[in-house]
Design a protein around this ligand. Structure first.
Ligand code: MN
Length: 392
């Protein structure tokens, strides 16, 4: 099997100024890395990991599984070393999803919540399992897949590159057939568009992978573009892999950004909130009612609404839950763990811990992140207990 064609694209999205994603598209090696730990540090972590892969992307002589594992361990070593030496980079990490084509096999190495898919016969198969808080909650039955899609902590990863001297990597093989199309992407794509949209864009641009990649960027941006978006595509055909890959080492390591003028989304691509005019039958009947009666009904309504709001605020103010910030740090929140339509959070951070979600074991996370509403002191004491146990 050999790589017939490949393409990649990345875009910061509509809400972030930095692009913390990085990719490698150097047949037979492909990868996506999504940095975490705050703008600059996240950017550095994903770049360091991508560069580590690029510097060792020559044809492998030995066991490809070992090769993929070694590449990721080396990337981990570099990110970890940097973050322990450089205070500004402390706490950074990155996801990594690697694919290496070798004979009839595509070897996948994976840490974090970026994803690899195979497209075959009009179907999209997710090959990787997310190492994320919500994926764990879904697997343990505490959250439905639908709830996971809108969960405020859906971007918190439980396993990342660079946070520990050694990293636990999912490495496995996928049998490939001529015509198979593989997609590696960051969560900025998959949290914004569904499988049908991805398949639809692939179908519409079947002959041009680069156009498909750009179309997916646009689709994710149209749905909000809340995170950096990166996609890497490669398609396989029958034949031997050409051994002319050494020259790719000479390629500049810079990322290919979408040409800004061509792909800038105009206002019409944005999703505008639909303002529904309040022209209900009741509004039209209003004039026919007696003015006094109208006033009484109005006052009662206002009172009911005020009391309901009061109860809601009182409830939200009283309740606390444990979660994790986008950079992975444990936190205690006041409120209830949901976002209302888009970006209105019903909670606020009252305490951020130095402890990372990924430093806990999976059973510990399951227990801590069940999102039951508790008092502030019991939420805090639970977090402090883990801080003492893990000793940070
Ligand atoms: Mn991301």
């Amino acid at each position: 099997m050999r790589v017939k064609r490949s393409a990649a694209a990345t875009d910061p999205g509509r809400r972030r100024r930095h692009n913390e994603d990085a990719y490698v598209c150097e047949p037979p090696l492909f990868a996506v890395a999504d940095g975490i730990g705050g703008a600059q540090a996240g950017e550095l972590a994903s770049r360091l990991a991508a560069t580590a892969l690029q510097e060792d992307s020559g044809p492998d002589g030995g066991d490809p599984r070992r090769h993929v594992d070694a590449l990721i361990q080396e990337a981990n070593r570099r990110v970890y070393e940097r973050q322990t030496q450089d205070a500004a980079a402390s706490g950074m990490g990155t996801t990594i999803t690697v694919a290496l084509v070798s004979g009839d096999i595509v070897w996948i190495g994976h840490v974090g919540d970026s994803r690899a898919y195979r497209v075959r016969g009009g179907e999209l198969d997710q090959l990787t399992e997310d190492h994320s808080l919500v994926a764990e909650l879904v697997r343990s039955g505490k959250l439905s897949p639908e709830e996971a899609e809108t969960h405020p902590q859906r971007s918190v990863v439980t396993r990342a590159l660079g946070t520990d001297p050694n990293v636990d990597v999912d490495t496995f093989e996928i049998e490939a057939k001529p015509g198979d199309l593989f997609l590696i992407c960051s969560d900025g794509l998959t949290t914004m568009v569904d499988d049908e949209t991805i398949l639809g864009e692939i179908d519409r641009n079947r002959d041009d992978l680069r156009a498909t990649a750009k179309a997916l960027m646009r689709a994710a941006n149209r749905s909000g573009g809340e995170d950096n978006i990166t996609v890497v595509f490669f398609e396989l055909e029958a034949g031997e892999q050409q051994q002319a890959d050494e020259h790719t080492l000479a390629l500049p390591p810079q990322q290919e950004q979408l040409a800004s003028d061509e792909d800038t989304l105009d206002e019409f691509d944005g999703v505008k909130p639909i303002a529904v005019e309040e022209e209900t039958p009741r509004a039209r009947d209003r004039d026919r009612r007696h003015p006094l009666r109208r006033g009484f009904v109005f006052l009662t309504l206002v009172l009911v609404v005020l009391i309901a709001c009061g109860f809601a605020v009182w409830g939200i103010w009283r309740s606390h839950f444990v979660g994790a910030e986008a950079d992975g740090h444990l936190a205690v929140y006041q409120g209830i763990p949901w976002n209302v339509v888009g970006h209105v959070r019903l909670y606020r951070t009252v305490y951020e811990s130095p402890l990372l979600a990924s430093q806990l074991s999976e059973p510990e996370r399951m227990k801590l992140f069940d999102h039951s509403l508790v008092t502030k002191s019991s939420a805090l004491s639970e977090v402090h207990r883990y801080e003492r146990e893990i000793g940070r």
